[in-house]
Design a protein around this ligand. Structure first.
Ligand SMILES: [Fe+2]
Length: 378
């Protein structure tokens, strides 16, 4: 009978542990799919490590494969900020060994360890007693290493701790890999957009670099208006693409040095609508398309193509309109020299409430007062 009760108890403990583990995986997976940015997510994951394993400190190191070294992405504990200044070569110390062999290590008495490197304790005035470390692997790829340091109450790390840390580490590896893939995709997307924009600017050699500068001014204005990072990203793209519709305007008109005829003006004024039509099929760019279509609208309703007024014009359109004019005024053209920044700002100020949204003009002037505006023309 005694044996049976003992067996049931043991099975119950194992079951409880299994359930706890499942809850942990569920919690971390949930956090991974929520909209946290990577460093916040990793911080939360490492706080879970610190709490669940009851340790004094813990670190998440990522692999820089080019330099063959690990750097501290997250370091929690008393000396967390100090240790973050250092990097660890693959093969060096316990973390380096884990990276090299891709195998977990439990070291309950570092003084007796021949792998442990006391250099970092010396540099940070920290006393490491015990370490549990596991590799962060995504399929066969090493992403980094997670270490838990000094189990509280002088208890040793055991295989349950190792299991738990390995589960957390696998989840963290997925999060990091996803973020890297997303960032790569995003850079590829922006590089493609920039190539496209260079092609547009090349059609009109006199305005070389114009789209990029408009994008930069627009983002500065957006920051000054305290817009969030998602919106700033949209501003950046809309600024880059604002004149994409010029692809559909004849080169002879774009390159003409003399005054444009009525008909030619009508043609060139089509570029915001052409731009909208080019990008409208891309769902991802929905908001951006508005900014492109409306960058020649005027606050007083006398602009084109729709004659929208005030806040009927999207904020993107109102911002790009100011940035576009600033760059146009301060850049040299074959038929005229660019004017000074002060003069350009004076002109834009005069148009506040007429051509431009006064709050956007105010943001631009505020940037100038802070010394944050730099134009190409001088
Ligand atoms: Fe334009």
């Amino acid at each position: 009978m005694k044996i049976k009760i003992g067996k049931i108890l043991k099975e119950n403990i194992a079951l409880k542990k299994e359930i706890e583990r499942l809850y942990l995986i569920r919690d971390i997976s949930y956090k991974i799919v929520s909209n946290l940015n990577l460093s916040d997510l990793l911080k939360i994951i490492m706080e879970t490590v610190k709490e669940r394993l009851r340790v004094e400190a813990c670190s998440l190191l990522l692999l820089d494969s080019k330099k063959e070294e690990l750097y501290f992405e997250i370091a929690l504990g008393e000396k967390g900020d100090v240790i973050k200044r250092y990097t660890i070569k693959v093969g060096e110390g316990i973390a380096g060994k884990i990276a090299q062999t891709r195998t977990p290590i439990i070291e309950n008495n570092v003084e007796k360890s021949d792998i442990f490197n006391p250099k970092f304790d010396y540099l940070t005035s920290f006393k490491t007693k015990s370490i549990l470390g596991v590799p962060m692997l995504y399929k066969d790829e090493l992403i980094g290493v997670i270490e838990a340091i000094n189990k509280k109450d002088d208890k040793p790390f055991d295989y349950d701790d190792l299991d738990l840390l390995q589960i957390i580490s696998n989840e963290a590896a997925i999060a990091v890999k996803n973020a890297l893939l997303y960032n790569n995709l995003k850079s590829l997307f922006f590089d493609t957009i920039e190539s496209l924009v260079n092609a547009i600017d090349a059609k009109d050699p006199y305005t070389h670099g114009h789209s990029k500068r408009v994008s930069e001014f627009s983002v500065l204005i957006g920051k000054e208006l305290n817009l969030d990072s998602d919106y700033l990203e949209k501003i950046r793209l809309a600024g880059l693409l604002h004149d994409i519709g010029k692809i559909g305007v004849e080169d002879t008109i774009l390159r003409k040095k003399d005054k444009l005829s009525e008909d030619e003006l009508i043609e060139i004024k089509k570029h915001p609508t052409i731009g909208k039509n080019i990008l409208a099929p891309i769902d991802l760019l929905e908001d951006i398309v508005k900014g492109i279509e409306e960058h020649h609208e005027r606050y007083d309703g006398k602009g084109y193509p729709k004659g929208l007024k005030g806040e009927e014009i999207s904020l993107l359109g109102r911002i790009i309109s100011v940035a576009d004019t600033l760059d146009a005024l301060t850049s040299d053209r074959p038929y005229r020299k660019g004017i000074s920044l002060d003069l350009a700002l004076e002109r834009i100020k005069e148009e506040s409430g007429r051509q431009f949204d006064p709050s956007v003009v105010e943001a631009l002037l505020s940037l100038y007062r802070k010394g944050l505006l730099k134009c190409s023309g001088f």
